[in-house]
Design a protein around this ligand. Sequence first.
Ligand code: SF4
Length: 321
Amino acid sequence: MENTYRQIYRKQHYGMVGKHSAVKVCHWTKSELTGGDGCYKHLFYGIRSHQCIQMTPAVNSCTENCSFCWRFQGFDSMHISDEDDPEFILEKSIEAHKKLLSGFKGNPKVTRERWEESQNPRHIAISLTGEPTVYSRLGEFIELAGRRGFTTFLVTNGTLPMVLEKLDPLPTQLYLTVAGPTKKVFNEVLNPAIGNAWENFNRTLDLLPSLNTRKVIRHTLVKDVNMPFIDEYAEMDRRADPHFIESKGYVHVGQSMERLSASNMPPHQMVVDFSKELGKRLGYEFTAESPASRVTLLCKDPGMRMINLSNPVRLISGANS
Ligand code: SF4
């Protein structure tokens, strides 16, 4: 990775790990650590934000350049040519995360108990930036994390179905971003950097039912751009048959401000209305919402919501066993 990119990431408080990975302490991790709220995934699935590591094994590689992405998009490749070992990435990510948190030790808002818990992270969100499926040893990384007692959430844009088909083990929860309801909108909003991105993404939709883990479709909704398109999204969701559907309003922050305007942010109520209408069509239950993050949750089976933290890898009975 070019040094100029490294400097930009450091300025933005990323902890750089090896040649192509990075961690960043999320706003909600700091909030929960200092006695505030956790992120919406705490509310939806029971993830404890102050014990969460947000990282990516592909900081500088992505197959898309999404208009709503608020991260720095200096992607200089769609491949990682010289890959670090997964053991190294895991160890150094934990180390870098703890180092980034070290300034909170002694903070009067941080209780001793919270501090100690934060030093024993339990969850890894593989989602910071870039497309993680570009890292060819992602399965080994997820397996090592599971052995160490971590739950793992993996967010993918679905343009590399050939990787997802072979991913073993699967993460605790797999997120597929679905933000292009038609080929035209897909190409405009997600701005793919590879050929066949739409066709590959559609392969991933059809692959999802066969993947034996918890699955989430996330609709990132940009007002006047990719919403409502309810019929198109409903058709895609039916094919993918996920356990959960998150509808999340675009937030006008970071680098996305150069591509979209504040008027593209749907108000929370618009996201709620979209979600309820989608739920009606699919027979999913509207189960939770977080106005602070402009996000809602639809569940096929609300009983499955909370993550089983004592069994991070095998969550669905009989899964891959
Ligand atoms: S799950 Fe995501 S939003 Fe929640 S604390 Fe972890 S990185 Fe932050």
